[in-house]
Design a protein around this ligand. Structure first.
Ligand code: BG6
Length: 479
């Protein structure tokens, strides 16, 4: 394997999201986003979603790692590692602070002009997600987020504004980050970050999710249709959290359940790619009387606004057991998760499964016949700074190496068409799930802790030098 390389032009890089690193939550006319009303949590305490910003609470995204003011220094470090691309998102609230304005905010637009210029200075291609967990909070309060059809127009306006402004600076786009996460519809965090839904005790979460997700998919398709007119050379993908589903045993009832969980989670990308709902999903929606608002025009839009590639994050696989709930009684996929005795877990309990990534690459290729892009992968871990300032994160290197070995087999041996690889949180940032700083993914350490204390100084971890070598050798040298 060591002499095998990745194809020429392979997009090596790293991934982040605006709200998790930019900070500057009120700078340059930025409005309040849903990420700005989420407090810090922990491994055991969920983040609180507050009713607006409440003084005295700890909102980690407000300052994050202050990339807003440090981006030149950070992009320079990415360039030192040899990045060919950099995946980030555009904060919707920098462009439309409330979400429903007529005109965009010039200062917000200018920030991303400067950031993209800085990337291009080093030959780094921006890879841009439009909505990465941060809808304007005003759209949640006033309109109920994507529970409301009107929000489609606000998203399309935001997307079109970005496509026009950056048409010569950005080629690779994705519409919604991990749109399929909301299949865990009883998880309020997932629903608020994806669709801007805030639940009350009377809400039927599952019904709300199917309707909101439909509006998002229409919004995505409409945006893609507009994008094609603005620049036919754009490459526009969807972005899903791909988690392969394994049966706990080879008992047929476990196998059928695993298939059903896969169907509940992975229909979103089917709509993005094929422009229509898959049969089983449609049957389930009809049987339950969900998604009452779908028009003939929506169906045409979905069929016309399909994607060019499938971007996905991969962190773990999921194992399910039909011991308590079988395929015909499945409601929320989270209810049937079982322990996989063959896999170790991270400090945050996420199963570590490199072979699952090769399996996923093959499965998605067979299913979609489209290029794939691994736009997130990585290990959230505690790091220790030695007295001399060094950070020996060999556990992170081991994790990434094991995954890249499997990726390489998928590309070189199985001929999966893979555009690139952007490990998550290439610089330490605020965790989306817990709001922590100490759940670190980066090659670059940022001196700041969960309480928000630190100098913000950046330093190179051992993994920084390892990844630099990987990129330099185009993946031939993973040692
Ligand atoms: C993905 C998201 O779900 O996983 C990122 O796209 C997120 O925004 C990443 O940060 C890792 O999750 P967490 O909860 O460890 O930050």
């Amino acid at each position: 394997m060591s002499e095998m390389k990745f194809p020429d032009g392979f997009l090596w890089g790293g991934a982040v999201a605006a709200h998790q690193l930019e900070g500057g939550w009120q700078d340059g006319g930025k409005g309040v986003s849903v990420a700005d009303v989420m407090t810090v949590g922990s491994n055991t305490t969920p983040r609180e979603i507050t009713d607006g910003v409440i003084p005295g609470k700890n909102y980690p995204n407000h300052e994050a790692i202050d990339f807003y003011h440090h981006y030149k220094e950070d992009v320079k470090l990415f360039a030192e590692m040899g990045f060919k691309c950099f995946r980030t998102s555009i904060a919707w609230t920098r462009i439309f602070p409330q979400g429903d304005e007529q005109e965009p905010n010039e200062e917000g637009l200018k920030f991303y002009d400067d950031l993209f210029d800085e990337c291009h200075k080093y030959g780094i291609e921006p890879v841009i997600t439009l909505a990465h967990f941060e809808m304007p909070y005003h759209l949640v309060e006033e309109y109920g987020g994507f529970a409301n059809r009107k929000v489609i127009d606000f998203f399309v306006k935001f997307a079109t504004t970005c496509f026009k402004r950056y048409k010569n600076k950005v080629k690779y786009w994705m519409t919604f980050n991990e749109i399929d996460n909301q299949s865990s519809f009883n998880n309020e965090f997932m629903m608020t970050t994806n669709s801007g839904l805030i639940f009350s005790k009377d809400t039927n979460n599952e019904a709300a999710m199917y309707q909101a997700a439909h509006y998002e998919l229409v919004a995505s398709a409409l945006a893609i249709k507009e994008a094609r007119k603005i620049n036919p050379d754009f490459e526009i993908g969807c972005m899903i959290n791909y988690t392969p589903v394994y049966p706990k045993t080879s008992a047929p009832k476990d196998i059928l359940l695993a298939q059903r969980v896969d169907q509940r989670r992975n229909w979103f990308s089917d709509v993005h790619v094929f422009g229509e709902y898959p049969k089983e999903t449609e049957a389930y929606i009809e049987r339950n009387g969900y998604r009452s608002d779908i028009t003939e025009e929506d169906k045409v839009i979905l069929s016309e606004g399909v994607v060019d590639y499938v971007g996905f994050s991969y962190y773990q696989s999921m194992t399910v057991s039909a011991d308590k709930i079988d395929a015909d009684h499945l409601v929320d996929p989270s209810d049937v998760i079982a322990k996989n005795d063959y896999l170790e877990v991270s400090d945050w309990g996420w199963p570590i499964d490199p072979i699952g990534l090769r399996y996923s690459l093959n499965l998605l290729t067979d299913r979609y016949h489209l290029p794939l892009f691994i736009v997130e992968n990585g290990l959230g871990a505690f790091d220790k700074v030695e007295s001399n300032g060094e950070i020996h994160d060999d556990y992170r290197i081991d994790y990434l190496r094991a995954h890249l070995e499997e990726v390489k087999k998928a590309v070189v041996l199985d001929h999966v068409d893979l555009m690139g690889y952007t490990p998550w949180g290439c610089i330490d940032l605020v965790s989306a799930g817990t709001g922590q700083m100490d759940k670190r993914y980066g090659f670059i350490y940022v001196d700041k802790n969960d309480e928000g204390v630190g100098t913000m100084e950046r330093s190179r971890k051992d993994s920084f030098y390892w990844y630099k070598k990987v990129i330099e050798s185009n993946g031939a040298d993973l040692t």
